[in-house]
Design a protein around this ligand. Structure first.
Ligand code: SF4
Ligand code: SF4
Length: 450
């Protein structure tokens, strides 16, 4: 290829990328398919306010001895927090979680003691195919209830009066392209996933059941799960992986971002929790260890580990020979939706990823002016006027943003990723939506009319 042709092609490609609504996102260059077990740490910190609106009350006191698998906190509805190591409760204090929530937490010091056996944990007999008893068992085993509490204003009190279930979506692929936990668990446990789907089918015989899988695994998944669930292939690109977009595509309904799926009769459950549900129902093991993918801008391979809940970021990284000091910033979650951490002592609980950034990320201006290039609006899957809303928020006109519907934002991070001015777009939207929580809500059109 001649130099002129090369330059022309390169320029065209840069130009195309500038105006593309499918920007190139961080990805993993390669990965280790083996899920590595992280050893027990000297101490775990178990937050009591997670996910977001479930509040657990401690059932133990400082100084008390606990055993791995024992209940240490319980919510009003019977969701349980369990000790992920055996030891002594050092204190009940408050911590900042990886999601930047200030939460009460139980600190346990490891004494190397033996954990409870399954027979000591699961003492009741489970009647077969009884949804109420199954739900109680799942809750008691420390598994998230079989739905994602993703609505921003969703609390436990909202459980009563929920509409009948219309669909269950089990996700075998995560939104963030750098998080591989669901894909690996799906690929490595097809029989157990099939058993989980079978169980849901028996517990909820009238409810349509979906399993989402990576597009390239469609033929494999159809072979293993035929007749157990409707299989949905999910494309590799980020827009198509976003849960709200996925649910809209599968069910023909767009669920407002401020509502939980369950408040619309939809259960969205990751495959990791499906597997944990099978263990709980079989009485083989409660949910004490979580999987998480470690990736980063300079890591040649992504690593997926399984760690005791409440382990610190430092402990999980050190188990793989990594330390925060070697990176500019650790982000818990993925590069698009994750939260940068200020301390490597942050406890990890229901987190599925750590993304380690190595580059110097200092923006050239803490809040640089918008140049109205429009890239943010072009990439936005919620199709909102991102730059206009941002300017309004910046100048204190939050009320004026209402007609532009900032609450439709997924907080997917695409706008900030492509913004040449490196503006804190998602943060401004997040604060705007917090401010407007009690304001009027936008309702998406009913099914089939969007
Ligand atoms: S974070 Fe919100 S505003 Fe930005 S691209 Fe995603 S949905 Fe659109
Ligand atoms: S916020 Fe950033 S991406 Fe959006 S128009 Fe302004 S400069 Fe461009």
């Amino acid at each position: 290829m001649g130099l002129a042709t090369y330059l022309e092609k390169t320029t065209m490609s840069l130009f195309a990328q500038l105006f593309s609504s499918r920007p190139i996102l961080p990805a993993v260059p390669d990965y280790d398919p083996v899920i590595r077990q992280v050893e027990e740490p000297d101490m775990v910190v178990i937050p009591l306010d997670y996910p977001r609106h479930i509040n657990y009350l401690p059932t133990v006191e400082a100084g008390e001895k606990v055993r791995r698998g024992g209940v240490i906190g319980r919510s009003r509805l019977g969701n349980c927090k369990l000790a992920s190591i055996s030891g002594k409760v050092r204190e009940i204090t408050t911590v900042w979680t990886a999601q930047s929530v200030h939460s009460p937490a139980i600190v346990i010091e490891n004494d190397g003691g033996e954990g409870l056996s399954p027979e000591e944990i699961f003492t009741d007999q489970l009647p077969p195919d009884n949804p109420v008893a199954a739900l109680a068992r799942i809750r008691s085993a420390g598994v998230n209830p079989p739905w994602r509490l993703s609505g921003r204003d969703y609390g436990e009190e909202d459980i009563s009066g929920l509409p009948p279930l219309e669909a269950v979506v089990v996700t075998g692929i995560q939104e963030e392209p750098t998080i591989l936990t669901s894909q690996l668990l799906l690929a490595q446990n097809p029989d157990k996933v099939a058993e989980g789907l079978r169980r849901i089918g028996r517990l909820l015989p009238e409810t349509p059941l979906w399993l989402t899988v990576p597009e390239k695994e469609l033929a494999w998944a159809e072979k293993h799960f035929a007749g157990l669930a409707r299989i949905a292939a999910v494309p590799a690109q980020y827009h198509g992986r976003l849960e709200r977009e996925l649910v809209a595509r599968l069910l023909g309904r767009r669920i407002p971002n401020r509502n939980s799926f369950i408040s619309h009769g939809i259960v969205v459950q990751d495959v990791e929790y499906l597997l944990a549900m099978v263990d709980a129902l079989d009485g083989t093991s409660p949910f004490l260890d979580k999987c998480l993918t470690i990736s980063g801008t300079t890591l040649a391979k992504a690593i997926t580990v399984r760690f005791p809940l409440g382990s610190s970021l430092r402990h999980v990284l050190a188990s793989q020979g990594l330390q925060v000091a070697d990176f500019t910033r650790p982000v818990v979650g993925g590069p698009m939706k994750g939260v940068a951490q200020y301390s490597d002592l942050t406890p990890l609980t229901y987190d599925s990823g750590i993304y380690l950034v190595s580059e110097d990320l200092t923006p050239f201006d803490p809040i640089a002016p918008c140049i109205f290039c429009g890239r943010c609006t072009r990439v936005c899957p919620a199709r909102i006027q991102v730059h206009l809303i941002n300017r309004m928020i910046e100048f204190g006109q939050i009320e004026s943003t209402g007609s532009l519907h900032p609450e439709a934002c997924h907080e997917c991070g695409l706008c900030a990723h492509v913004c040449p001015a490196e503006r804190p777009i998602v943060q401004l939207l997040h604060f705007c939506n917090r401010e407007m929580t009690h304001g009027e809500r936008y309702s998406w059109p009913e099914r089939g009319k969007q």
